[in-house]
Ligand binder design. Structure first.
Ligand code: FE2
Length: 268
């Protein structure tokens, strides 16, 4: 069961499984009483929630994480988030926010996304955590299999996907669209309900945009263009250009699809 918790400017959710529950994202420091009120209105006790999972460690998503942890909820973080738990501490320090409590790393449970199915299964939740860099390096999404629902935090919305071809954002969406989602819950944008054809069309255009882009980059490499020139000509992300160049030069006779497959494997 998915419940939207409205108490701050960030969309946050409570996901209740058969054997436990998980909160996805929180609000800015100072919103803790509002969260308790929102839960109280629904007859839910904070201490009964098992885990808090945070899409990425920006201040509007993690501001009350430690207060929630102090109430007995375990912070669950992906391995890719290990070095980012304190990314927002400086923001609260600067605004002299007295409500903010930094996260105590020793109390955090880390999981590799590839093993997250097992962690969620303990709660009776069928799903997984997917590393989806793009908005930030530490961004993750949550996939719920039975609802075919995605929680993506601040990953740039699908309607602007075209603007991000050749970037980590497009690669992350490529990974997520393959799951055939039916609903996408965003950190700030409105919830998107997708039909199967929309998803297939988006996936195909994303894949073919990326394919065409790799083909162009390879042609430019053959012509002897440097990375900066390729970036100017294609507008693609420098990291993506770097990945394509490396794969192309280190795998003789590799096809465009072969390059894409290898980049996909690397991104996992
Ligand atoms: Fe953010």
């Amino acid at each position: 069961m998915i419940t939207e918790l409205k108490y701050s400017k960030t969309n946050t959710y409570l996901i209740q499984g058969e054997r436990g529950s998980l909160m996805f994202d929180t609000g800015w420091a100072g919103t803790f009483p509002m969260l308790c009120k929102a839960l109280g209105e629904k007859g839910i006790r904070l201490g009964d929630i098992d885990y808090l999972l945070i899409s990425h460690y920006h201040p509007d998503h993690m501001g009350i994480a430690q207060e929630i942890a102090d109430a007995g909820v375990k912070i669950l973080a992906a391995e890719q988030q290990r070095d980012h738990l304190h990314d927002a501490d400086g923001v609260f320090e600067k605004e002299k926010n007295r409500d903010f409590i930094p996260i105590r790393d020793s109390e955090v449970e880390f999981t590799d996304p590839s093993r997250s199915r097992g962690v969620l299964r303990k709660l009776g939740i069928d799903g997984e955590i997917v590393h989806t860099p793009g908005h930030t390096e530490d961004s993750i999404s949550l996939w719920l299999e039975s609802e075919r629902a995605l929680f993506v935090g601040d990953l740039n919305p699908l309607y602007e996907l075209e603007m991000h071809r050749g970037t980590a954002i497009a690669q992350s969406w490529g990974r997520l669209l393959r799951l055939s989602p039916r609903v996408v819950y965003y950190g700030h944008a409105r919830t998107a309900v997708l039909d199967g054809r929309d998803v297939k069309a988006l996936q195909e255009s994303n894949d073919s945009d990326t394919y065409a882009l790799v083909k162009r980059i390879v042609k430019l490499i053959d012509k002897g263009c440097y990375a900066e020139e390729i970036q100017q000509k294609t507008g693609a992300d420098p990291v993506f250009i770097g990945d394509v160049t490396r794969m192309y030069l280190t795998h003789p006779n590799v096809s465009v699809q072969g390059i894409l497959d290898r980049i996909e494997i690397k991104g996992r």
